[in-house]
Design a protein around this ligand. Structure first.
Ligand SMILES: [Zn+2]
Length: 132
């Protein structure tokens, strides 16, 4: 006898053998919960990315191209959130949307904006785009 993934009750015999839910109500509840969990996770990642982006914009706006760990921590920068990372000239380049930066243990540096025309250019080899 299988048990319902939502309420844990035994699933009555009848219908398909591989039923996972005892009722349509339990099936709907399970999938709604799953969707809202996914939404919460996505929202948290989005918030972290947008905060990082604002911090990078802020640094560039002040004419800075680097920031140390202490400053990043105070600003709330999360190094574990980025939109992509790629190897450019043997160095790992991280990106938060169209702003790129490199990382060492103690700081991020070489913060730059990638020109929009190179962001979505397919076939542009990494590191081949000219920075502004
Ligand atoms: Zn159930």
């Amino acid at each position: 006898m299988n048990h319902c993934l939502e309420c844990g009750d035994e699933i009555p015999y009848g219908g398909r053998k591989d039923r996972k839910f005892c009722s349509q109500t339990c099936r709907n509840q399970y999938h709604n919960d799953r969707r809202s969990y996914d939404r919460i996770v996505h929202q948290r990642v989005d918030v972290a990315l947008q905060k990082n982006y604002r911090i990078l914009q802020h640094l560039l706006g002040m004419g800075l191209t680097q920031a140390g760990n202490d400053e990043l921590f105070l600003l709330g920068f999360r190094r574990d959130y980025k939109t992509s990372c790629t190897v450019v000239n043997h160095r790992m380049e991280s990106r938060c949307y169209e702003i790129s930066y490199k990382e060492s243990e103690t700081r991020i540096y070489d913060i730059k904006r990638i020109p929009a025309e190179f962001l979505f250019a397919e076939g542009t080899p990494p590191g081949q785009y000219p920075y502004k």
